[in-house]
Design a protein. Structure first.
Length: 648
């Protein structure tokens, strides 16, 4: 009853759904708990509610800074004392946050996994009363998962500091092998000086395991064979209404597809990791508020985004794994209404997917060569360099040594896993500001614009010590305080910097490389089977499973996905492209079915109602006509009213 009261008081819901209650009661009773919940299953409720029911601080470990910020703001609006620690905060801000946890002022603390190994965090943690530890995106701890992150291995060390705190592990994508590995890695008895070569069966599983069906009955999965993907993209979006996400593989393609849609009269914007934070926030907000209909994005977009009414997710390029596809496709229809996940596929996709294996796992000699060139780049002799950290300009490095960025990035990741370097991709450094005039001189300045004065006032009100040292600032926060657009604020700060009133260092994304051991001769660089051959085999298997899904036109799409995650189903979904083609009795081929549907849609393209008898003019065979009509009405492209047909 206490949990339901909290749910009703803070969220306004009368009761839990799915397996939320079981997970909450398990972690609330002090048991290590693992919850498998598909995207949209309500994972956050399972740790936020019990965190409020217990004394102490719930520590939430998540790799998603955007999700941290979003959830912290949402919880604060509900009156829940919440905080987050991530890159960009000053040491002073981190200390204040951690001490507030020690004094009991914070109920939920979000932390990135990279922070767990810091001496400051571990020292403060010893003095905290921790109610329990939540591990979001728990599949990241498993080397058998599609998104393994070594920083997640630090969680077992944290358990030793607060051994009384149980673990709640949550994930939306995990195969049976990954579920097993999560339990091993997060167990209170976990020991792993090195990664195992194979997953082993735990002798005594210590976790209460709760699994929610991965089936999405409102989501229709479609694979459409498309020689011209741009034409298909426009056709699908013109045929269907509602908010949409279009996923593309590269940053360049997100911009190109957004321009294509806008030129066709479909409002769209684009999003990728290379954009400034203020620009990303603005575009995300415009899409969430339906100011633009379509978000064209790389996979950097979507995690933790709370927009339940997405009707359509389209993949222009094949993801590397079923896990990634399932998670991205699952962002459609979180409100329970009919929605679609469409993968556009052709023979070129197979070649691109298979090429990714070689790109992601270049030859061992090439990896050693990159390691050697890295030493030349930083002028590091054999036996030196230990613990030295450098900014890494990948474009400059590739130009200097005649490499390609994709292979270099992959080689550095493998060297990272092998323990030779620490490679941090595009660390997000917040903007910094320091006044270059004294406080008294600042007050005597004349000639500033009203907006410049507003920005100066907002900086002084919200940040201390700006006259003695650089201070990190949150540009989106200052923009909201001054009622300025993010781009306006950026230009004003640049102008104030040019006037020598302050010094403004804009936000930038910079990769870093740290040598975790002394530099070796390249021939002595060891790339073990666990680091290279076994992971390459796993990656290749995931690629081929993705190809199998895209090319298997015999088995229901939903069943294929569920079977991959170990959920055996014999019942078809009756709404994917495979099921609908089977409904035609297998008598109509896909090309003939598509041609029939295009003829019907062309007839109804004038937006008017047409008597069903008008279909005779199309002179289509009866089986093709019946199959096409069945598909179009089932998929809500067209509707029938009083013996007439018209487009939705």
């Amino acid at each position: 009853m206490r949990y339901r009261e909290i749910l009703r008081e803070y969220w306004g819901y009368d009761d839990f759904r799915g397996i939320q209650r079981e997970i909450i009661e398990s972690i609330g009773s002090g048991h290590d708990t693992l919850g498998l919940m598909p995207t949209g299953g309500g994972k956050s409720i399972t740790f936020q509610v019990p965190a409020l029911a217990q004394e102490g601080t719930c520590i939430v470990i998540t790799p998603l800074i955007a999700l941290m910020k979003d959830q912290v703001e949402n919880l604060k609006r509900r009156g829940i004392r919440t905080a987050a620690i991530y890159s960009g905060l000053t040491r002073e801000e981190i200390i204040i946050t951690l001490e507030n946890c020690i004094f009991g002022d914070i109920r939920i603390l979000y932390v990135s996994p990279e922070r767990l190994s810091s001496e400051l965090f571990q020292t403060k943690l010893r003095h905290m009363k921790v109610s329990f530890i939540t591990v979001d995106e728990a599949h990241c701890i498993s080397q058998w998962g599609y998104d393994f992150r070594p920083s997640y291995l630090e969680i077992a060390k944290i358990r030793k500091i607060v051994p009384q705190a149980p673990i709640l592990a949550l994930t939306a994508t995990a195969t049976p092998a990954v579920v097993q590995d999560i339990q091993e890695k997060l167990s209170s008895q976990a020991r792993f000086p090195s990664l195992p070569s194979q997953p082993s069966k735990p002798s005594q599983p210590s976790f209460n395991l709760y699994t929610m069906s991965f089936e999405r009955t409102n989501l229709a999965y479609v694979v459409r064979k498309a020689t011209d993907k741009r034409e298909q993209l426009l056709h699908i979006l013109n045929s269907m209404k509602g908010s949409a996400i279009v996923y593309a593989r590269s940053r360049k393609r997100t911009k190109e597809f957004a321009e294509l849609l806008n030129e066709a009269g479909i409002t769209a914007t684009f999003y990728h990791a290379g954009l400034d934070a203020v620009v990303k926030d603005e575009r995300q907000r415009d899409w969430q508020q339906d100011k633009v209909r379509v978000m064209v994005a790389t996979n950097a977009f979507g995690m933790g985004i709370d927009k339940p009414d997405v009707r359509l997710v389209i993949h222009m390029d094949c993801p590397d794994s079923i896990e990634a596809y399932f998670q991205e496709a699952g962002r459609a229809g979180r409100d329970g209404r009919k929605s679609y996940a469409v993968l556009l596929y052709n023979d070129a996709d197979r070649r691109k997917l298979e090429k990714r294996i070689a790109d992601t796992f270049p030859e061992k000699d090439y990896i050693r060569l990159v390691y050697e060139h890295l030493a030349y780049y930083y002028q590091i002799g054999v036996g030196s360099g230990y613990n030295h950290t450098f900014e890494f300009n990948i474009d400059e490095f590739c130009h200097t040594f005649h490499h390609f960025p994709i292979q270099v990035d992959s080689a550095l990741k493998i060297l990272n896993r092998a323990g030779y370097i620490e490679y941090t991709e595009e660390q997000d450094n917040q903007a910094r500001v320091m006044f270059t005039v004294s406080r008294n001189d600042l007050y005597r300045l004349e000639g500033n614009t009203p907006n410049e004065d507003k920005v100066i006032t907002a900086l002084l009100r919200n940040y201390g010590g700006l006259f003695t040292d650089y201070n990190y600032i949150d540009e989106s926060f200052i923009a909201s305080q001054t009622a300025l657009q993010p781009q306006q604020l950026y230009l004003i700060l640049k102008n104030l910097s040019q006037k020598h009133i302050l010094h403004f260092i804009p936000q930038k994304k910079t990769p870093y490389i740290r040598y975790t051991q002394r530099r070796e001769d390249m021939e002595h660089v060891q790339l073990t089977p666990e680091v290279y051959e076994e992971r390459k085999a796993q990656f290749a298997e995931r690629i081929h499973k993705m190809i199998d899904y895209a090319t298997n036109d015999d088995i229901c799409r939903s069943r294929q996905l569920l079977n991959y995650f170990g959920e055996e189903r014999s019942q078809d979904c009756h709404q994917c492209d495979v099921c609908l083609s089977h409904r035609a009795g297998g008598l109509v081929s896909e090309p003939r079915l598509n041609q029939a549907m295009e003829s019907i849609l062309a007839l109804l393209g004038d937006g008017k109602s047409h008597p069903i008898t008008d279909l005779r003019d199309l002179q289509l065979p009866t089986d093709e006509l019946d199959a096409a009509l069945s598909y179009l009405m089932k998929e809500e492209y067209i509707r029938q009213e009083d013996g007439c047909l018209r487009k939705h």
